[in-house]
Design a protein around this ligand. Structure first.
Ligand code: ATP
Ligand code: MG
Length: 579
């Protein structure tokens, strides 16, 4: 048996801690094999459900399900060929089977620090491969050079010493996935951090995965309703789309994402919120909010907080996306939010600088475009042959002083299918959500809008653009003719209707009703300040007196003139009563 003579310690990767008797068995097995004392250390790992893996230096004994099956299959096919009476022999084989070793490379740590280690002697290591250091600490290969590899570490590096051994695993970094993750808060390694006990995983997905190809996709044509009137009417998002939410700090970016999650209640959409570099306390509060709204029943939070090491923050969105792919591959619709990719890029920049890569524009490494393009390309609407599942991605990017032409914002704008631009000026005026209608766009969503909504939206964008222009020109003139005054009141009314409180999404039918009323100029006589109150009252009036109208809006393919007239009449009837 080939092995390095200096190795006296074996690592046992298993989910459950072995009993003393089992431990003794392992020690005995190893001492027999290597003819010397070898101690065994247990490393908790969910990678081998129902099995384990024993690593002694570069020898690996794979008793995971896959390893067992692989070796048994060889034996059984041999037996089946050579014996008539297979069953008793099979039984005997299963009982007497001992795993055989697979040779693995061993390297040596050259330098370690700041979450980075360089290792020499791993000639065949591949990009993204997991390496195992002292005490079972894991790292991932990020940089391949001639004589050494650069590696990021997934936990505190303190026990790792220069000169200590490093083992290849031949596996790429991955995350356990499964239905049981729904409702949980996890870290990017898939470990629960919400004190609700362990999570039983179904499968193990690599965190880096090629995006679905053209054949596997179909066009985006089903709506993903955000419940936010300003977005669903003018910048509709389809399932499988990637829509960027961009704006300065504190402009309500996260609020839009959370509203969209709450609006998915009962719509059979799994939501995944990936928090990158945020305060742990704000995440805790957010989880509480979502739980109170009943939204955690279909939501997973992947949290890499500001205090986590840069490598953990770096892998977070990929890990979240792998989880999303698990559900998509099972034919489900998934909404994933990356909050936010600016902080992700910053984490990647610090890693790259520590790995000695040369800095480029804004000190980001040259491949920072690929960093996000390979992530966002994984969002897709799969074709029916592939199960028809989808991943809709809402990445969030923070700008400085509204500058969308900075490096990271321009990159991500060019990758996504549109952006919702939030403006701090609007936000402080009280226009919330602070969507800048002129700079926002959705490049595919129109196809995904329901016909009724499309018809109801009508000329809204155009009217708002005209209003903005007129507002600027009429700012300084005192006497305006009546038609201009009316036009201004109409525009102000539209802006007011688009204001919406947090955590109060509208249903599709409610959005249509409000749009028909606003574009039907019903709000012109109403004082500006009262418009939000009145629109709420109108919706209540419809709910109470004309529930049939909502059903008809939902049911009808398109908004007929007749239906539109009925909506206007009902609303006018209420407004007349109100006076
Ligand atoms: P950060 O840059 O810190 O991540 P952000 O852009 O994500 O901020 P939020 O945290 O979503 O912004 O919102 C900032 C504040 O504005 C929060 O206190 C939130 O409650 C409030 N807010 C957001 N949207 C609305 C809204 N539609 N109506 C009222 N308040 C809102
Ligand atoms: Mg935020």
């Amino acid at each position: 048996m080939s092995n390095y003579n200096n190795i006296s310690k074996a690592y046992l990767y298993a989910e459950k801690e072995p009993t003393a008797a089992q431990m003794e068995g392992f020690v005995k097995f190893l001492s027999g094999k290597y003819e010397r004392e070898i101690s065994v250390q247990w490393v908790k790992s969910r990678e081998f459900p129902g099995g384990f893996r024993l690593e002694v230096g570069n020898d690996v004994y794979d008793w995971s399900k896959e390893g067992k099956f692989e070796q048994l299959r060889e034996k059984l096919s041999y037996l089946a060929k050579h014996s008539d009476d297979v069953i008793p022999l099979m039984k005997e084989t299963v009982h007497s089977w001992t795993p055989s070793a697979i040779a693995r490379e061993v390297g040596t740590v050259l330098t370690v620090g700041d979450g980075i280690a360089t290792v020499e002697g791993l000639e065949n290591a591949t990009y993204g491969e997991i390496l195992i250091f002292t005490d079972g600490i894991r790292g991932m290969v990020m940089e391949l050079r001639r004589d050494e590899v650069g590696c990021i570490l997934f936990s505190e590096e303190s026990p790792i010493l220069e000169g200590s051994s490093v083992y290849r695993t031949g596996k790429t970094a991955g995350i356990p996935v499964g239905d049981n993750f729904v409702g949980r808060v996890i870290n990017p390694l898939g470990e629960p951090i919400d004190e609700r006990g362990p999570i039983e995983a179904k499968e193990y997905y690599s965190i880096e995965h090629p995006a679905p190809g053209i054949i596997a996709r179909q066009s985006v044509n089903r709506p993903l309703e955000t419940g936010i009137l300003a977005i669903d009417s003018m910048f509709p998002i389809g399932r499988g789309q990637r829509e960027l939410i961009i704006g300065d700090r504190q402009t309500g970016k996260t609020a839009i994402a959370l509203d969209t999650i709450t609006n998915q209640k009962g719509k059979d959409v799994i939501c995944i919120y990936v928090a990158i570099g945020q305060k742990a306390s704000s995440i805790a509060q957010m989880v509480n909010n979502l739980r109170n709204k009943g939204a955690m029943d279909y939501t997973i939070i992947v949290n890499a907080s500001a205090s986590d090491a840069a490598p953990i923050q770096y892998i977070a969105p990929y890990a979240g996306c792998s989880l999303a792919e698990y559900f998509m591959n099972n034919g489900q619709d998934v909404l994933i939010i990356y909050d936010d990719l600016s902080k992700h890029a910053i984490a990647y920049r610090s890693l790259s600088l520590l790995l000695d890569r040369s800095p480029g524009r804004e000190a980001y490494p040259g491949d920072v475009f690929y960093l996000h393009s390979r992530l966002l390309e994984r969002a897709a609407q799969l074709s029916d042959e592939y199960g028809g599942g989808s991943i809709t991605a809402l990445p969030i990017v923070e700008t400085q002083a509204g500058d969308v032409s900075a490096y990271i914002p321009t990159n991500i704008i060019s990758i996504t299918d549109g952006q919702i631009f939030l403006e701090s000026g609007l936000f402080f005026e009280g226009q919330r959500p602070a969507v800048n209608v002129g700079l926002s766009v959705s490049r595919v969503g129109g196809d995904a809008q329901t016909k009724a909504m499309k018809k109801a939206t009508g000329t809204l964008r155009l009217d708002l653009a005209q209003f903005r222009e007129m507002e600027v020109f009429t700012q300084f003139s005192s006497d305006l003719d009546d038609s201009t005054k009316n036009q201004l009141l109409y525009g102000k009314g539209l802006m007011r209707v688009l204001r919406q409180k947090q955590y109060s999404p509208y249903s599709g039918a409610e959005e249509v009703i409000l749009l028909v009323c606003a574009l039907g100029r019903l709000f012109i006589p109403i004082p500006e300040k009262e418009i939000n109150k009145v629109s709420e009252e109108i919706l209540n009036y419809f709910k109470k007196n004309r529930p049939d109208l909502s059903d008809r809006i939902n049911g009808s393919d398109t908004l007929s003139d007749e239906l539109r007239k009925e909506i206007i009449d009902t609303a006018s009837e209420y407004l007349a009563k109100r006076k």
